[in-house]
Every structure is written in structure tokens, then in C-alpha cells.
Design a binder for this molecule. Structure first.
Ligand SMILES: Nc1nc2c(ncn2[C@@H]2O[C@H](COP(=O)(O)OP(=O)(O)OP(=O)(O)O)[C@@H](O)[C@H]2O)c(=O)[nH]1
Ligand SMILES: [Zn+2]
Length: 212
């Protein structure tokens, strides 16, 4: 992995199929009941009786990325692309994630580009990688670095460029309560990191489609 990226990511953040010590269904439902009481509501009233079960199920879906391996998604590549070796960008990959500080949504889109080195990957796999990392607790910086890191690691292209733009509900719904502010993050590896012109080309192509 690119040394600069590795430094940005805590070891635990770049985990493929992490081993988790999940609580039992009963434990998680009890925890949700406690949170319901914390809101000031009554978990025994009719409308809330099934809520702990629903929340437990929703959490498994929204945080399903812990059970998936982003590197595996990039395993299948193609070499028969008529010698194409220039920039490939998948832009406007919409995602929903949750911030690791408040566990409330981060809503945004990712733009991912890479310079192939003899092989390309199925375009949907890039969106799958974004989705897997987004379905974990995140900071935007880590999400950006993780997407770039795994593509660089597995495909070993000449460079990877990732730009993420997102709104953090923890800044909109609570705390400072600033609606509509957007956070932009980017990670560049290889040729993109070493060559500002490649960065400009990436950003220009992303913007050409009405992106960031
Ligand atoms: N760098 C970064 N910060 C984030 C992200 N998501 C949320 N935050 C910030 O994390 C910080 C947590 O700050 P704390 O002071 O520990 O928590 P807090 O009292 O809830 O902070 P406030 O949001 O300012 O009320 C806040 O400034 C959030 O805006 C992210 O993806 N990246
Ligand atoms: Zn937050």
C-alpha cells in the first residue's frame, strides 16, 4: 500500500472481513430499549414494542460493510480493452454512511478515477467498494483514503484519485446546525499524487459532469 495512505489510516480502519464480537439479539434489543427510554419515550407503548427488533435489523443492513471484503470485489479484472490505458472515472457514486462520532448519517457522493496498468476492473466493482466502506462507521477522511487504498493495493494501477463530497447530518441536525454545508476530501496516489496536471484532469472531468 502507498505509504502516505497507510499512515492516514489506523490499522483497524482498513480491515477486510474484521472479526467482530457481536452481542446477542437479546442484548441489542435491550440496548435499543434503553436508548428509547433515553429519548424520554416509553418503549412499552404499542408503536415502540417492535422497534428494538427493527432497529437491530436496520443496523445489520446499514453496517453490513463489516461483513464484506472490499479487496475481494476487485479480484476479477479484464485485459481485453483494445489497449486502453488512460483515465477511467466513475463519478457521482451516491452513498449513505454514518459518522463514527455521533452515528448519524453522512450523505454524499464519491468520484473515483484510476490510471490502469494493463488491466481494468468492472465499473460496478468500484461502486461496490464505495458502498462497503460506506456501510461502516466512518469519518469522511478515512472513507476517502480507504477507497483509494484498496484500489491501489489490489489493482496496482499507475494511480488512483478519489474525491468525496458529503453533508454531515451531525453538523446539520444538531451541534452547530449548519444545513447545506458540504465537506470535500480527496486522496491521490501514484501519478496523480506526483503530477498536479493529472489531478487537474481528474477534477476537470469530474466537474464536466456537474460533479464536485
Ligand atoms: N474530520 C472529521 N470530523 C467529523 C466528521 N464527521 C463529524 N466530524 C466532527 O467530529 C467532531 C467531534 O467533535 P467533539 O467536540 O468531540 O464532539 P461534539 O461535542 O459532538 O462536537 P460538535 O459537533 O461541535 O457539537 C465535530 O466537530 C464533528 O463535526 C468527519 O467525517 N471528519
Ligand atoms: Zn458526527
Amino acid at each position: 500500500m502507498d505509504a502516505a495512505i497507510k499512515k492516514m489510516m489506523p490499522q483497524s480502519a482498513y480491515m477486510d472481513k474484521p472479526v467482530t464480537d457481536r452481542p446477542s439479539q437479546e442484548e441489542v434489543e435491550t440496548a435499543v430499549r434503553t436508548l428509547l427510554r433515553w429519548t424520554g419515550d416509553n418503549p412499552d407503548r404499542e408503536g415502540l414494542v417492535d422497534t428494538p427488533k427493527r432497529v437491530a435489523k436496520a443496523f445489520r443492513e446499514m453496517f453490513g460493510g463489516y461483513d464484506m471484503c472490499p479487496a475481494e470485489e476487485l479480484g476479477r479484472t479484464f485485459e481485453e480493452v483494445a489497449g486502453y490505458d488512460d483515465l477511467v472515472i466513475v463519478r457521482d457514486i451516491k452513498f449513505h454512511s454514518h459518522c463514527e462520532h455521533h452515528m448519524v448519517p453522512i450523505i454524499g457522493k464519491a468520484h473515483v478515477g484510476y490510471l490502469p496498468d494493463g488491466k481494468v476492473v468492472g465499473l460496478s466493482k468500484i461502486a461496490r467498494v464505495v458502498d462497503i466502506f460506506a456501510h461502516r462507521l466512518q469519518t469522511q477522511e478515512a472513507l476517502t483514503a480507504q477507497i483509494a487504498g484498496v484500489i491501489q493495493d489490489v489493482l496496482n494501477p499507475r494511480g488512483v484519485a478519489v474525491m468525496v463530497e458529503a453533508e454531515h447530518m451531525c453538523m446539520a441536525m444538531r451541534g452547530i446546525r449548519k444545513q447545506g454545508s458540504t465537506t470535500l476530501t480527496s486522496t491521490f496516489t501514484g501519478n496523480f499524487r506526483d503530477n498536479p496536471e493529472e489531478q487537474i484532469r481528474f477534477v476537470t472531468m469530474v466537474r464536466a459532469g456537474g460533479g464536485a
